[in-house]
Write a protein of this length. Structure first.
Length: 294
């Protein structure tokens, strides 16, 4: 495909950033990548990505810059300590796609407006895990300057199957927190129900067959049930990151307002404390069964 799109830089090549960069490359978008550890970028270089030595260098060469990292501190470290924000060209678009919570995006927005009012900031966290990221099937909760929409459309079309524009900067993050609260309870229903079934002597496959294609179970939950049945706990969405997002929702709402979600967070913290945080969030099933690390 002819490379006619504006160049994009993806800063942060974890599981999600890698998938997003790979999807952009498949769409013929000139893609520059940067990560604190260069090893994570090698596969992308083989796919045609340009690997920048610094975040500032990547930002200087791109019209659209994506940050996809773990938390607010990591975003601000890239933006300020690593020089990304200062390196952006006037009129560039900064698509902040990490999940950093309401306080986080408000802080990022304040700094961007103060330091670089000539840059367009988009708040555009995504819903999806490792596999959808690699396949370009994420859902993007986008918010921010209307004039940036056309600029990011090729990229968002490449990495996502749906982009939902929901208003001013910060609205996307708020919707993402609601989305992930829904996901947390959906995952917990799988883990708790399956742990109960096993304690009652019911085989996993019996439960899966009984619930499959029924009105109570989503396709996502069906897939998770099957992965648990297969003993496959490699991280599609790591428990530690899912817990982080739950805590961001509690922080935004006020811990005392969502007691069931607070209890879920405490349970998941127990699984993380057992060393399960790097496994898929469905590994909570193992803790509820008293089996520990797979």
């Amino acid at each position: 495909m002819a490379r006619t799109h504006e160049p994009v830089a993806v800063l942060g090549i974890g599981a999600m950033g890698h998938g997003m960069a790979s999807s952009a490359l498949r769409a013929g978008i000139p893609t520059i990548v940067w990560n604190r550890t260069v090893e994570a970028t090698r596969n992308l270089a083989e796919q045609g990505a340009e690997v920048a030595d610094t975040a500032a260098e990547a930002a200087r060469r791109a019209a659209v810059v994506v940050t996809m990292v773990t938390d607010t501190d990591a975003v601000l470290s890239i933006a300020l300590d690593q020089g990304m924000l200062a390196a952006l060209a006037p009129g560039a678009v900064w698509a902040q796609m990490s999940t950093i919570g309401v306080a986080g995006i408000d802080r990022v927005s304040e700094i961007a407006l103060r330091e670089r009012p000539d840059v367009m900031l988009l708040d555009a966290p995504v819903s999806g895990s490792k596999e959808p990221a690699e396949r370009g099937r994420l859902t993007i909760f986008a918010s921010g300057a209307d004039q940036a929409r056309a600029r990011v459309a090729p990229l968002f079309d490449a990495i996502g199957e749906r982009t939902i524009w929901v208003g001013g900067t910060g609205t996307g993050t708020r919707l993402k927190l609601v989305n992930n609260t829904w996901l947390a309870f959906a995952a917990e229903s799988v883990a708790a129900s399956l742990a109960l079934a096993r304690r009652l002597g019911l085989p996993t496959q019996t439960l899966t067959d009984a619930l499959r294609a029924g009105p109570l179970v989503s396709s996502w939950q069906t897939a998770k049930l099957q992965r648990i049945a297969d003993g496959a706990f490699s991280a599609q969405f790591a428990l530690s990151l899912a817990l982080k997002d739950v805590r961001l929702a509690l922080e935004a709402a006020g811990d005392e307002r969502l007691p069931a979600l607070a209890c879920l967070a405490a349970e998941w913290q127990g699984a993380v404390d057992q060393g399960l945080g790097d496994q898929d969030l469905t590994v909570v099933t193992r803790m509820l069964e008293g089996l520990g690390r797979p």
